[in-house]
Design a protein around this ligand. Structure first.
Ligand SMILES: NC(=O)c1ccc[n+]([C@@H]2O[C@H](COP(=O)([O-])OP(=O)(O)OC[C@H]3O[C@@H](n4cnc5c(N)ncnc54)[C@H](O)[C@@H]3O)[C@@H](O)[C@H]2O)c1
Length: 246
């Protein structure tokens, strides 16, 4: 089997209980990685981890101490992490900036941006210790373009792009790659948080004329998480069906 250097590696997927994260977790498990699903939905995470032969760790990624505890527990159970895919995230509510709830702004930034920071900060030391690591963060086309009525989400994802570029440079001298993907809309449970007019707006912007499939996202993420991705780091990979031309 061509496992792309994934077999036997410890792989943490945040938000891996469903959606894009689950599609990635399935591919990693098929390739023989030792899977750890990190998710705040403990029941779903347990069920999917059991189905895929992995382990589940329940946490809120915006909680720095909880993230550090999950990193230690993962290492104790499976060994040091070599792969991290950060899919935990929320859309939050839609609305214009001038009427936006500051608490909702902070919640979105805490989970999407600080949560990604917490996970990278907790797990990259395990990668450095073994001289190998692959990190794939999940931003969004919104982080490149800035969607109207989704400023907090867009800003959080622009932050994830910048965090990825900084981290890529910080670890470029080691065999650690840190890259980012910027998906257009994919029909997952995250849609439940959005207004229908916002969903229609996102679809209208995709030249392919359809939503992204989670399997299509997982295919790109899997390569970025593999040993084959031995050179590229600090880069942003488009998954927007033609929306972004940069
Ligand atoms: N689906 C899309 O249209 C789309 C488009 C672009 C980017 N993204 C990004 O992709 C990622 C995954 O999205 P999805 O569509 O699969 O969403 P989803 O809602 O289907 O899954 C997200 C998972 O993250 C978990 N999660 C949420 N907050 C968490 C927290 N604080 N701590 C731990 N776990 C948490 C949830 O329990 C859930 O299992 C998100 O970061 C999202 O912003 C999604």
């Amino acid at each position: 089997m061509d496992d792309r250097g994934l077999a036997g590696r410890v792989a943490v997927v945040t938000g891996g209980a469903q959606g894009i994260g689950l599609a990635v977790a399935e591919r990693l498990a098929q390739a023989g990685a030792k899977l750890a699903i990190w998710d705040m939905d403990a029941t779903l995470a347990e069920a999917e981890a059991a189905r895929l032969g992995g382990r589940a760790f329940a946490l809120d990624v915006s909680d720095t101490e909880a993230t550090a505890r999950a990193a230690a527990a993962t290492e104790a159970a499976l060994g040091p992490a070599a792969i991290l895919v950060t899919s935990a995230g929320i859309a939050g509510s839609n609305g214009p900036v001038v009427a936006y709830d500051p608490a909702e702004w902070r919640r979105i930034l805490d989970i999407n941006l600080t949560g990604t920071f917490n996970c990278c900060r907790a797990l990259i030391p395990q990668m450095r210790a073994q001289g190998y690591g692959r990190v794939v963060t999940i931003a969004s086309i919104a982080g490149k373009e800035g969607n109207p009525n989704a400023a907090a989400y867009s800003a959080s994802k622009a932050g994830v792009i910048a965090l990825t570029k900084s981290l890529g440079k910080e670890h470029a001298g080691e065999n650690i790659a840190v890259n980012c993907v910027t998906p257009a809309a994919a029909r997952t449970r995250i849609f439940d948080q959005m207004k229908q007019e916002h969903i229609d707006y996102m679809l209208s912007k995709i030249p392919r004329g359809r939503f992204l499939l989670v399997e299509e996202a997982a295919a790109m993420i899997l390569w970025l998480a593999s040993a084959e991705n031995s050179f590229t780091t600090g880069a942003v990979f488009d998954l927007s069906g033609g929306r972004a031309t940069y």
